[in-house]
Design a protein around this ligand. Structure first.
Ligand SMILES: [Zn+2]
Length: 262
């Protein structure tokens, strides 16, 4: 691998490990913009920001090649979710009240501009979110939202069952949502959690990351169902032509957990 590519990988890996999580997206944004100059080309395209590049930036603690959009910071899973929202839902067309928990920087500006959306961002600590809230006690009345987006939150919270029931409570009957979590393969049969494991190093070892409090297994969808949701597990990449999967650099094993309140 050329020295330059190794250098970029090392910079990104260092930033991910050292910058506190709430600020990671803000800091990364500036770094990625600078690096984008070296990635000019038309081999891959980001469906979120519609910019094209030679390839995407590497990303991750063990850096994955061709992962991060240098312009908007969308990762593989964000690009897939964006296509799913565009093509499989009414997200960009219907008048919708949306609650976006732990909002991803690649989506915020775009969703705020959508005239059809009444768009609320919320988080317990992210400087990107407008409403400060603890997901264990969501400060909105029941049936307040038509859509809930809540990605990569459940693996961090003390009581995911309560958090899921809170999301269910504020979603209106007929409403839908996407509630993603990281899946570390091979998946355990059942979710592993142990509240006595508290140090960052021990959490990294037990749950795959130093701020995770559980490792989800094959029962994740059932945990959402226990909170009241109807759940569709959607391997959306498999529905797409290989040219699109490559052009957009989409994940091959991502399951979109699409939930509904009946
Ligand atoms: Zn992008």
């Amino acid at each position: 691998m050329p020295i330059f590519a190794i250098m970029i990988k090392n910079i990104i890996s260092l930033v991910i490990r050292k910058v506190p999580r709430p600020y990671l997206q803000l800091v990364s944004h500036h770094i990625a913009k600078g690096l984008s100059l070296f990635y000019q080309g038309n081999d891959v395209e980001c469906p979120v920001c519609q910019k094209h590049f030679r390839k995407f930036l590497p990303y991750g603690r063990k850096a994955r090649e061709n992962a991060l959009c240098p312009n908007c910071l969308a990762l593989e899973r964000h690009r897939l979710m964006y296509l799913f929202l565009r093509r499989k839902t009414n997200f960009f067309t219907a008048p919708l009240r949306v609650l976006h928990v732990a909002p991803e920087i690649c989506f915020i500006g775009r969703f705020e501009k959508q005239q059809n959306l009444e768009y609320t961002t919320a988080d317990i600590e992210s400087p990107l979110a407008k409403v400060k809230m603890d997901i264990h006690a969501i400060p909105f009345p029941e049936n307040s939202f038509d859509v809930i987006l809540c990605n990569h939150v459940m693996e961090h919270v003390a009581d995911d069952g309560l958090a899921m029931r809170e999301l269910y409570r504020v979603l209106r009957p007929g409403g839908w949502g996407i509630i993603q979590i990281p899946l570390f393969h091979p998946l355990p049969e059942t979710t592993y959690e142990d509240a006595s494991i508290t140090s960052p190093a021990a959490r990294e070892k037990a749950f795959g990351q130093n701020d995770h409090v559980r490792l989800y297994g094959k029962d994740y969808a059932d945990r959402l169902r226990a909170a009241g949701f109807m759940v569709e597990e959607n391997c959306y990449t498999k529905e797409l032509p290989v040219e699109e999967v490559e052009r957009y650099a989409l994940p091959t094993d991502e399951i979109i957990f699409y939930v509904k309140k009946l």
